[in-house]
Design a protein around this ligand. Sequence first.
Ligand code: HEC
Length: 461
Amino acid sequence: MIFRLIIILLFSVNYVFSQEGLKIYSKYCVGCHAPNLRGVDSKTDLFKNRFTKKYIERQISQGIPNTTMVSWKNILSADELSSVAEYILSFQDNDLESDKKIKTDTVNSEQYKLVIQSIVGEKLKTPWAIEFISRDSALISEKRGSLKWMINNVIQSDSIEGLPKTYLKSSTGGYMDIALDPDYEKNKFIYLAYSFTNGNYDDKNALALTKIVRAKIIDNQWTSEQTLFEVPDSLMVRNGNRWGCRLYFDPEGYLFFSIGDMGRAMDSQDLSKATGKIFRIHADGSIPEDNPFADRSGVLKAIYSIGNRNVQGIDRNPQTGDIWASEHGPRGGDELNIINKGDNYGWPLVTYGLNYNGSVISDKTHMEGMVQPVTQWTPSIAVCPILFVSSDNYTKWDNNLLVGALAFQELRRLVIKDDEILKQEIIWKGKGRIRDIKLGKDKFIYVVTNGPDRVLKILPY
Ligand code: HEC
């Protein structure tokens, strides 16, 4: 117990320092050692050696005689020395077996010079989502049906046991998003969305659909599982594709989730079917009384909005309090929407896209009673996660929307004012399909991809 406490204390100290460390480094050291620590020449390259914290602190404090590396003893306090040393150490792979430096890349974006740290490489298999539990630990879902711990940037090898089996006979199915209960500290509930069947898991033609459960992980065991949302076989789909599913808890504690159209476009307009919708439930799976269709019969009362082809990004605009969602279009017509209770987003009656084979789905982009997107992307970038930025580490990006794309492998930054997109910046392209974007508890942005660098951390200057 005491040991645990000490560990927690050590970790929280690290955190304060590494955030502070970036600030000190950008102020005093970046000119000679460069944002990515690679230096301006071979001597100032802080990447060539593996350091201990003591060694770095000593070099900074005493300086190196007869070089431009002066003593910083009188300029930096002991805490500042420690925090900048921690920051330099954050570029070292924490995996002691690997004895490597963390791979980095620099990107000159419009507002910041960015150092992109690749903190996890190919140790993860097709990650889908990340949730930070504390400053130093996160849970990551992998598509083929596993959850992994990332502790101090290292993926733990002992797997979590007792997880539900997932249906993998559809190329896009498997484990999808995870979420933490808003009251996680107290109740330890973790939410999971995955492809589910009551039938045979090896049968390509089994009836299947997205299912939402919650459980606790105790001693690496998935326990006390409760089903929050599932449909009877009569509402499941054979050979389906486009499962969703993004989970999102709003500040009032409602759980939003999405299910894609599973290739049944017209069912997106049918209130008795689960496909092509966004849902809203309470954390225990019960239906909010004020859900838009809660008083109708013959409908799924968990439905919150309809006509949503395949939503894989949900977040809340902190300025307006509105829920925003990204939606995959067919060939063209990826959308960004503001989701309002009971609204119809039009799929497939109105769309900016064509069928994959080029044939027309609908000749209409507008229709009475159908909500227009805030913006749409044609050709489709294959829009996936979205995140409204709100962190002291990126004040110039305040309330910007980060958007990740699968096929286009882009991270975009959208500047928004009065629900309009003023501009879009492509921050990077080609680092793999982007599956998730989250703010860590350290208030830095983390990006999960299916490229060689599975978890990336963004450091701004
Ligand atoms: C004016 C340029 C300059 C500035 C500013 C500067 N350094 Fe240095 N630093 C150097 C040079 C040059 C060396 C290498 C000296 C040598 O060994 O020849 C060095 C070496 C180091 C080393 C040892 C590297 C090794 O491989 O042994 C560390 C650690 C270091 N600096 C950290 C810092 C920190 C932290 C700051 C900011 C507080 C900082 N430096 C600011 C120029 C600078």
